[in-house]
Write a protein that binds this ligand. Structure first.
Ligand SMILES: Nc1nc2c(c(=O)[nH]1)N[C@H]1C(S)=C(S)[C@@H](COP(=O)(O)OP(=O)(O)OC[C@H]3O[C@@H](n4cnc5c(=O)[nH]c(N)nc54)[C@H](O)[C@@H]3O)O[C@H]1N2
Ligand SMILES: Nc1nc2c(c(=O)[nH]1)N[C@H]1C(S)=C(S)[C@@H](COP(=O)(O)OP(=O)(O)OC[C@H]3O[C@@H](n4cnc5c(=O)[nH]c(N)nc54)[C@H](O)[C@@H]3O)O[C@H]1N2
Ligand code: SF4
Ligand SMILES: [Mo]
Length: 715
């Protein structure tokens, strides 16, 4: 048989790019390209997605379940034996220490596996443990906190395509392909939006690929978003640049907001964030005073900084002030494809503050958000003796040794576990610590659905869904698992039922992945069998939906300045005053690289060629002033730790900023420096996991002060 082509889509990120795969006669992946005829992504595919051939055929892949022996060596063992042993150990720990001693951590590799994206949570819940952690709470969980403190508008925000003006804060979607901007071929969508006249405001310490499109580019010091947006809100309110009618009807405490932002005068804010005062006024005018319909959105920049929940709250406040929501009678373009539909009234769903009910952490009292406990507390939950101490951890498609702030502490915690199991395709630094490694199928080896959990963010203008069958064969002789099978078979062995989408799963005969996907898609208006026949996905149809009139007498209002937000604002103001004129320090800034996805892809030769280690991007003037040349080794020091990195001049980085990516580095041993040119270095060595926000326990990951010094010339 000759080569053949099949259609599928990439599941590394929310781009969900349509792909054409070429398979050889043995069904192996031979080449891949973006599908120009894909109705959503129109041929787009990035460097990472195009590495699939290398990733699937990589000699680095783990192809057999591995068990670590007491002497630290590893042996291959049959899958069912590994599952027997793991179930036995989980059961013994539960019997000895209770269900709360069992926990799980879920990362990007798990979220994008549709059949298993919530199974870790369901499995642990079935066993009686609430301790599911994930990368979501070291990411943008400030958005969930904001929704819970401010309330939400049931029909949702206006679609991107209807925006006359858009504010993007601390996000570089042209590279990250991440919401709030359109993830379907973002470069093309941005060009289209600009052509139809959309105005763009970008706030970022780096003149990013996205900022190149901006009408107004504000380049503040990182970590100053709370101050900056309090200042912009103040200008909007003072000038009446907001939707008064909407706010009168739907905001409960506008006067409190007005009073709270009073101290954030433009000159103070401009000095503090180190931006021109005129830019603040211009941003406020474009958002609220120019008669434009707009949307404010953010991503990791503000959501990882100091007072991240406050920053996000203030950014979302802009949407309320602009009234940027779908109003009564307007169509809800994507009422749900896989996710169930429900009638939506044009009214505020009042603040839910979900974390105040339900299980809380014995360490800091933090509750649950998005059905999970807070990852910022996970290391302490493992290390602190007492009732409920975590003894066993299942890591599903994540790399916490790389991704969780305070790397020494989290690695110490992972080492302290009685049982660490990883569902993981390569020897990540977390897998290096594992007692058992169960290698999963990679994306093109498994049937899948689009990332249904967040489908509203991907397909904003229609109820679109897509399914892919397994396209490629697995490597010869490999014993790979379907991720869901791990949870199903452990649940069966431990005598509990595992539900899927609220329905009981047959615990006797082994289901197929497609059976599970069909259960997940049970609310989809298009029968699953029909969806399966459409290789490029489809609008699943169903009744069109419009925002309904509010319930008569409805009392739900947005809370823009509740007491805890006010307290954070007060603290942020005190901090801002205290640190006013400190001209010498640098600030760390998070950033992503085009070639890697967090730690994923770093092992691949063609990726290594471009990004062998994580460089420290610096403004050339700052380098010249300090006698630092390209590739010189610099020491970056925070209050918590120090790392060495190679300096790289980058005039897109503003002065006094060190812009460096996470996801690099080996395990933290005595000599970081020696491994740098092989693996790079973990920026999480700089981060202190005790400086956490309330509610989501989010560590401070950007905007923190660091010092910089030259180490020595590289020979
Ligand atoms: N300092 C700092 N730390 C950060 C961030 C930062 O900006 N700065 N960013 C944070 C953010 S936003 C995130 S989302 C987290 C990411 O946190 P994680 O998700 O924990 O980290 P990743 O490196 O993405 O790890 C994903 C793992 O999934 C594995 N994998 C890949 N494909 C598959 C698959 O098909 N199946 C399975 N089962 N596994 C697979 C990969 O090999 C990899 O080990 O990191 C956070 N940490
Ligand atoms: N190529 C690639 N794509 C990715 C990923 C990847 O690792 N590589 N990771 C994926 C993941 S897990 C996520 S969560 C998303 C994230 O998606 P984005 O949030 O869009 O990620 P970045 O491209 O790092 O953009 C963050 C921007 O914030 C800026 N910034 C840093 N600190 C501050 C600050 O204090 N304030 C403000 N206003 N800006 C600041 C940085 O300069 C940077 O330009 O990307 C996803 N997509
Ligand atoms: S943008 Fe995301 S989904 Fe598209 S090819 Fe790249 S990694 Fe894959
Ligand atoms: Mo993320």
């Amino acid at each position: 048989m000759a080569d053949r082509e099949v259609h599928s889509f990439c599941r590394i990120c929310m781009g969900t790019c349509g792909m054409v795969l070429t398979l050889d006669d043995a069904g192996r992946l031979k080449s891949i390209r973006g599908d120009r005829d894909d109705p959503q992504t129109l041929g787009f595919a990035c460097f990472k997605g195009l590495r699939a051939v290398e990733a699937h055929n990589s000699p680095d892949r783990i192809l057999q379940p591995l068990k670590r022996l007491p002497d630290g060596s590893r042996i291959e063992i049959p899958l069912e034996q590994a599952l027997d042993e793991i179930a036995g150990k989980l059961g013994a720990i539960r019997d000895e220490s209770g269900a709360e001693a069992l926990a799980g951590y879920k990362g990007g590799g798990a979220f994008f596996t549709a059949s298993a994206s919530v199974m870790l949570n369901d499995f642990l819940r079935a066993l009686g443990s609430p301790k599911t952690y994930s990368s979501a709470t070291i990411d943008q969980s400030a958005k969930a906190v904001t929704a819970g403190r401010m309330g939400t508008w049931a029909p949702g925000r206006i679609p991107n395509a209807q925006c006359d003006v858009m504010l993007l804060v601390g996000t570089n979607p042209m590279v990250s392909v991440n919401p709030p901007f359109d993830t379907r071929n973002p470069v093309k969508r941005m060009k289209e939006a600009r052509e139809r006249g959309m105005k763009l405001i970008v706030v970022d310490p780096r003149a990013t690929e996205t900022a190149q499109f901006a009408d107004l580019f504000i380049q503040p010091l990182p970590g100053e978003d709370p101050v900056l947006f309090a200042g912009i809100i103040r200008i909007m309110l003072e000038n009446g640049w907001y939707d008064k009618e909407f706010c009168d009807a739907h905001v409960g405490d506008l006067a409190a907001l007005r009073a709270a932002v009073g101290p954030f005068t433009s000159d103070f804010v401009a000095r503090r964030a180190d931006v021109p005062e005129e830019q603040l006024v211009e941003a406020a005018r474009m958002l609220g005073g120019a008669g434009l319909k707009g949307l404010a959105g953010s991503s990791t920049g503000p959501d990882m900084g100091p007072y991240s929940n406050l920053a996000e709250h203030l950014i979302e406040t802009l949407n309320v002030l602009m009234g940027a929501f779908i109003r009564e009678g307007q169509e809800i373009l994507n009422p749900g494809a896989i996710l169930p539909r429900y009638p939506r009234q044009a009214q505020v769903t009042p603040p839910g503050r979900w974390w105040e009910n339900g299980p809380t952490s014995r360490i800091d009292g933090s509750g649950m958000l998005m059905d999970e406990m807070m990852t910022g507390v996970m290391a302490d939950e493992i290390l602190t003796p007492g009732d409920g101490q975590i003894r066993a951890l299942i890591v599903h498609g994540g790399n916490p040794a790389s991704s969780v702030p305070d790397q020494r502490k989290i690695v110490g915690a992972l080492r302290a576990l009685d049982l660490l199991v990883c569902i993981e395709p390569i020897m990540s630094i977390t897998a290096e610590l594992a007692d058992y490694i169960l290698p999963p199928k990679l994306q093109y080896e498994r049937p899948d659905l689009h990332f249904w959990l967040y489908e509203y963010m991907i397909y904003r203008d229609s109820p679109f869904a897509r399914y892919t069958p397994a396209c490629t064969t697995v490597p010869d002789g490999a014993q790979l698992v379907d991720d869901w099978y791990v949870f199903w078979s452990l649940a069966r062995r431990m005598g509990v039922n595992l539900p899927v989408n609220g329905m009981p799963l047959d615990m006797v005969s082994v289901p197929e992945t497609d059976d599970i996907l069909a259960m997940i898609a049970r609310d989809c208006p298009m029968p699953f069998a029909d969806l399966q026949t459409l290789p490029r996905g489809a609008d699943v149809g169903g009744a069109r939906q419009f925002a309904q009139a509010a319930e008569p007498g409805w009392q739900g209002r947005f809370a823009l300045m509740p007491a805890d937000v006010q307290a954070e604002l007060d603290h942020a103001l005190d901090d801002a005053r205290a640190r006013m004129e400190d001209g010498s320090e640098f600030r760390l800034a998070v950033r992503r690289l085009r070639e890697t996805f967090n730690s994923v892809g770093r092992n691949l030769p063609s990726t290594r060629k471009r990004q062998p280690y994580n460089r420290a991007y610096l403004n050339p003037h700052d380098m010249a002033e300090r006698g630092i040349a390209r590739a010189d080794e610099v020491i970056i020091r925070s209050a918590h730790g120090a790392i060495m990195a190679a300096a790289e001049p980058d005039d897109t980085v503003r002065r006094r900023v060190v812009s460096i990516s996470h996801g690099f580095g080996g395990l933290p041993d005595a000599d970081q420096n020696r491994g740098y040119y092989k693996d790079g270095v973990s920026t999480n060595l700089l981060l202190d996991d005790t400086r956490r926000e309330s509610i989501n326990a989010m560590p401070r990951m950007t905007g923190l002060p660091v010092s910089l010094e030259r180490r020595r010339e590289r020979e």
